[in-house]
Design a protein around this ligand. Sequence first.
Ligand SMILES: *Cc1c(COP(=O)(O)O)cnc(C)c1O
Length: 360
Amino acid sequence: MQASEKRAWVEIDLGALQRNAAAIAHRARAPLLPMIKADAYGLGALPVARVLEPLEPWGYGVATILEGLELRAAGITRPVIVFTPLSLEELSDVRAAGLTPSLSRTESISRWAAEGGGPWHLSIDTGMNRAGVQWDEVDELRDAIAHCPPEGAYTHFHSAELNDGSIDRQEVRFQEALARLPERPSILHAENSAAVARRDGSGWGCVRPGIFLYGVGSGDGAQLNPEPVVYIRARVIDLRRVRDGETVSYDATYRAVGDRTIATLGVGYADGYPRALSNRGCAMLGGRRVPVAGVVTMDMTMVDVTDAPCALGDVATVIGSDAGLDVAAVAWTAGMSPYELLTGLRGRISRVYRSDGVRT
Ligand SMILES: *Cc1c(COP(=O)(O)O)cnc(C)c1O
């Protein structure tokens, strides 16, 4: 199906994505460990991995075994780290799939060793309090680690986009934990996008950017901003005049004041266009900003186009910096984070990849 026949699509600028990755690697002066979990934040893990391959990343980060399997099935041979805690039973699947587990408990490390060992990364919690061994409790793992030393160790910052000194405090804890290990693992990593964008040069062995690659910057303190990557377009699939006093969409939350022209766009919350944008969001159509009229429905969203030139089949931009509607701004309007908005894009809305400027 051609883009010209689609009701809505996500346009992904792979050239910009690749340049963002190169820019962050350059700033970090360290190899990349790109986070392509959750299907590369909704953009498609395989096309994203393929466009990152020429940059020769150290490896890739995923959240689940299935995500890793998808990369292996597609012929990606670099290390793939599964970043969420795994059950003992899952370890054999990780091994069979040729993935690298992230471990932090004696039982898991011993099981991994007993089943044959191999590369694994030690997850150290320095304040996120989500996963990993507490930084001041790594001693409890000493025996298991001495028997089967990790290839790498890492921590994760909880507030890298805030300028609150927490990165420094977490790094002190990380250093403390590393000093207590029988030996220093050969690769250490900590920085997510916001942490890299904030500092000149990585403090560690490789960096783990996610959202920056996908075109979302980390706000005020950032010294490096990404090129936009994601655009969402939706076609006008119906169009009507609505008389003064008539209402639009469910629950009649929009009432026409004077006669209005209402266009129906072929995108709804089942595509990932947030319902929270009901009566709040806007789209760009024919060079004009047009407000969402009424409640966003599952498959369709109405916009008031009274002041914009509009015909059936026209294409509106509902997300896209070319329309002043960047992902972060739209997300915050919807009361969501940009991460949530991107990962909420559903399989139903097709992805259209632009490859101009991609280096192979
Ligand atoms: C998701 C994730 C990242 C990437 O974070 P961004 O803010 O998207 O750069 C890095 N490290 C870990 C452990 C993660 O889970």
